[in-house]
Design a protein around this ligand. Structure first.
Ligand code: NDP
Length: 499
């Protein structure tokens, strides 16, 4: 078994920007500290990209795109490089997982067994797909041939959050690179290190210099400069609604670039009275919100439950929550790691007061201070019971291990309450009746609906939301398409002198 604490002490992560195939400091030498949430201590100083660095990164990516070295490379060449990258990610699985756990507080067993393999599978899947997507011929008149072909868009600015750094990065860069684009990636300030490691692996896999630029930096500086850059053709963003809307403004005030947004949610797990297996349901409900300490955009943060099964289900959910092993992310037995930052910790903890002011019953919700890690950001699972769904606990994305429970009478009220949200990323319904399952799944306003399960996911299906959860989709061939532009080519084939 790996000694993760010793491995962390020996780790010397790459902290510089990755520009035009080389690691280098920012042009003004600026850095920001990265803190590990396991103990609240600084463990690296990361180069901070300024506007000049972003300009350089984008111009380099644009020049590389124009050169055709990647954008017009044979598809088999692109495929081989990306397949090699996926292999290298797995070969470097331990280091990637350790960086991810130190930066984000994910339990090391999750980073090893979920995050890294999932990200590598995404890269592999798009690599394998890229020579299986055919273009089209339109039903033009006999005198013409009309071709519809997919072309890469150009320079993609990918701006990602800290909750699943590697996975969400892979969701953006894998389809973008597979389609032949150049990418400028700005990781979240809290979690830049796995992206820098990935950049090194991409170079080792043979990705030409300038095709993937990685520019850690502050959102309001580096993120904004990328969003406003006139040579960026598309921004692919995951994060908060406020910043997502900021990217629409940047696009509108610059070159009208495309913007795809994934902005989180307040996903309802709707449990009807005829639920078949209450134990399975309780387990799915609990894991649906407590996994990754609730810092999951589609986390099932609202339980909307029929009064007839409320008491028994909530008791079981609390029991599952209490059974989870909360502790050091570097301990392989840990199931529930940390909140990612001090700011986020304070935000999550502040909701217990909100709950009390709204007359909600609060179960759990306290900060935990494991011995030796007293300054880390640990919070016990929280169940807010008897919540008025229209209040702040029912409406706001807490982004912590906090479940809001609202009681309803019957399926119709359940659907109404589940849909009573500004968000629409995901939802689930638990019922033993097939007709009800289909009707409710149809009526829930969400990008993904699960029936009698929660959080089953794979790169094969699209992921994204409706309403304020954003626009656009990650994963699947739909995402691949979104990194391409359709070109129409008309060819005159009217009868000529020779035929
Ligand atoms: P943000 O939306 O602020 O951060 C997401 C990304 O945007 C980061 O790379 C960030 O950089 C960048 N960014 C921040 N400000 C700007 C800006 N002004 N212009 C351009 N880019 C910017 O999320 P937070 O980290 O602040 O989280 C706040 C809340 O958002 C959470 O509590 C949660 O509710 C929600 N959230 C939702 C996520 C989801 O998966 N949909 C993921 C993360 C958060 P930097 O890291 O430097 O700030």
């Amino acid at each position: 078994m790996t000694d993760w604490i010793a491995a962390a002490a020996a780790l010397r992560p790459e902290t510089r920007l990755f520009l035009d195939g080389e690691f280098r400091p920012s042009s003004d030498g600026g850095t920001f500290d990265t803190i590990t949430p396991r103990d609240g201590k600084v463990f690296a100083a990361v180069s901070s990209a300024n506007e000049e660095d972003i300009d350089r990164a984008v111009r380099g990516a644009a020049a590389t795109f124009e050169s055709g070295v990647w954008s017009r490379a044979d598809r088999r060449t692109r495929q081989a490089v990306l397949l090699r990258l996926a292999d290298l990610m797995l070969e470097n699985r331990e280091e990637l997982a350790l960086l991810e756990s130190l930066d984000s507080g994910h339990p090391i067993s999750d980073s090893l067994n979920v995050d890294v393999p999932n990200a590598a599978r995404t890269v592999r899947w798009y690599a394998e797909a890229l020579d299986k997507v055919y273009d089209e011929i339109a039903p033009a008149p006999e005198s013409a041939l009309a071709l519809i072909s997919r072309e890469p868009l150009g320079v993609i600015g990918a701006v990602v959050p800290w909750n699943y750094p590697l996975i969400i990065t892979a969701w953006k860069i894998a389809p973008a690179l597979a389609a032949g684009n150049s990418v400028v990636l700005k990781p979240a300030e809290l979690t830049s290190l796995s992206a820098l490691k990935l950049a090194g692996l991409a170079a080792e896999a043979g990705l030409p210099a300038g095709v993937l630029q990685v520019v850690p930096g502050l959102g309001r500086v580096a993120g904004q400069a990328l969003g406003r850059h006139p040579l960026v053709d598309k921004i692919a963003f995951t994060g908060s609604p406020a910043v997502g809307r900021g990217f629409l403004t940047y696009a509108g005030e610059s070159n009208g670039k495309q913007v795809s947004l994934e902005l989180g949610g307040k996903s309802a797990q709707l449990v009807l009275a005829d639920v078949e297996d209450l134990d399975a349901c309780a387990s799915a409900v609990a894991w649906g919100i407590f996994y990754n300490a609730g810092q999951t955009c589609h986390g099932g943060s609202r339980l909307v439950v029929d009064a007839r099964v409320h008491d028994e289900l909530v008791e079981k959910v609390i029991a599952v929550g209490s059974s989870l092993v909360l502790g050091d992310p570097l301990d392989e037995s840990t199931q529930l790691g940390t909140i990612a930052s001090r700011v986020q910790l304070d935000r999550v903890l502040s909701y217990t007061e909100v709950a009390r002011s709204e007359g909600v019953t609060v179960n759990g919700g306290s900060q935990v201070r494991p011995v030796g890690l007293e300054n880390g950001y640990y919070v016990e699972p929280t169940v807010y019971d008897h919540v008025d769904n229209s209040g702040r606990i029912g409406q706001e994305e807490i982004f912590g291990p906090a479940l809001s429970v609202s009681v309803v009478e019957g399926a119709a009220e359940g659907v109404r309450v589940a849909n009573e949200s500004a968000y629409g990323l995901a939802a689930s319904v638990w019922t033993s009746d097939l007709r009800t399952a289909h009707r409710v799944a149809r009526d829930l306003r969400a990008g993904t609906v699960w029936v009698n399960t929660f959080d089953v996911a794979d790169v094969i299906t699209p992921f994204g939301g409706v309403k304020q959860s954003g626009a656009g989709r990650d994963r699947s061939l739909h995402a691949f398409d979104s990194y391409t532009s359709l070109k129409t080519t008309w060819i005159d084939i009217a009868p000529g002198p020779n035929y």
